[in-house]
Design a protein around this ligand. Sequence first.
Ligand code: ADE
Length: 235
Amino acid sequence: MATPHNSAEKGDFAKTVLMPGDPLRAKFIAENFLTDVKCVNEVRGMLGFTGKYEGKEVSVMGHGMGIPSIGIYTYELFNFYDVDNIIRVGSAGGMQDDVNVRDIIFAMGAHTDSNYGFQFGLPGTFCPTATYDILEKAVNIAREKGVRYHVGNVLASDAFYKKNCDEADRYRNLGCLAVEMETVALYMNAAEAKKNALTILTVSDHLYKTEELSAIERQNSFTDMMEIALKTAIK
Ligand code: ADE
């Protein structure tokens, strides 16, 4: 049942998979938040694990950097491994004045400068969104936790280092909360497979402010995001 990118057998993944970009972060999550952990994928170092959170089965696997990478792994999980729900847990660069470094963002929808949607042969653009049910659960958990959060659209961009470009200003003027590099492929794949998806982000840097995260702040906001994602996964 393996794919070129995943050596797991069918049934090795739980119905819900949490996905950070960094596979070592997937390992950290498995080792620190889950019990009864089994490693299910090591192909290309894109580590995947299945374990239990509060007694319920959950998987966690890296998705790598960028739209093509998350596009491959989420396509395979949805279509070949019968995964129903994918929650990306990542970081983003803030774009609005009221978005601070360390805030949490729930990506309601994803703009993009990528051509990933070209494959669907549409005459115009496609508006990929989170699954409302998971989004609502996650937002309720964040509210109960008392963390600072925002719900809105993010930009999934192909380029981290951009040349000659005021693209960010234009998206900022349209209310875009933050920039990251993956959500559009996750949401499009979920839509096509009729599955469920949500991206939760911590703001790690800001395009219009000089705020930076200290190591301890980075760890605390990561832990908040992980607890929200895990509680959402088992709800
Ligand atoms: N992820 C975290 N910060 C980012 C940024 N500034 N641009 C794109 N992706 C990011």
